[in-house]
Design a protein around this ligand. Structure first.
Ligand code: FNR
Length: 183
């Protein structure tokens, strides 16, 4: 099974990028995951949506080829970061590559609530007509106080968080069977 991870932070030391890399490594025997880089995506512009820059074409083709998208996002000002909204706008227009594609959502923040508002908004966005992505519900991953749960290399050191990730990853794999994917 091929999964692409779309991370809503482009900064070097992003906790959400570390979380993505942790998931990629830990479940490497269960699904093949590529972490997409949003830093090269231009701002969405409707004037060029029919003939977008190569970076957009490449991004959309990777999402199109994936069996599922794992969204891993920080919360900015009680919602999703602009960089993520921009990526979503590209995905939602012309060839609407998210339609019918399963989504799973996670997020990490230093605050206690672990991106709860951003994830609620993201779920709602994924139901928009241009996206229509079925979202794995009841499987939310809110990693609060993330700076106390990771070492400097991005390994999750908090055992309860790792155990929780293992259980939700198992739920995700079980859910993907509905889409004809067993591994
Ligand atoms: C934040 N941060 C933040 N945190 C939160 O829990 N709720 C929020 O609404 C916001 N708002 C916010 C706005 C902006 C512009 C910034 C830069 C930051 C803090 C944020 O969660 C923290 O910087 C994370 O570490 C960002 O994620 P990455 O880059 O580490 O993945």
């Amino acid at each position: 099974m091929k999964v692409v991870a779309i991370v809503g932070s482009v900064r070097e030391g992003s906790f959400n990028k570390y979380l993505a890399r942790f998931v990629q490594k830990r479940y490497a025997d269960k699904f093949d995951m590529e972490i997409l880089d949003l830093s090269g995506l231009p701002l969405f512009n409707q004037d060029i949506e029919n003939n977008p820059p190569a970076a957009v074409e490449e991004f959309k083709s990777k999402v199109k080829a994936a069996d599922a998208v794992l969204w891993i996002t920080p919360e900015y000002n009680a919602t999703i970061p602009g960089v993520l909204g921009n990526a979503i706008d590209w995905l939602s227009r012309v060839e609407k590559v998210m339609i019918g594609k399963p989504s799973w959502i996670m997020g990490a923040s230093m605050g206690q609530l672990g991106t709860v508002k951003a994830q609620a908004h993201l779920r709602d966005i994924l139901f928009a007509p241009g996206l229509q992505s079925p979202v794995l519900i009841g499987n939310e991953v809110y990693v609060g106080a993330v700076h106390t749960k990771m070492d400097k290399d991005g390994n999750i050191t908090d055992e309860a968080t790792v155990a929780f990730l293992d259980s939700v990853a198992a739920n995700f794999l079980e859910w993907m069977k509905r889409f004809g994917k067993t591994s």
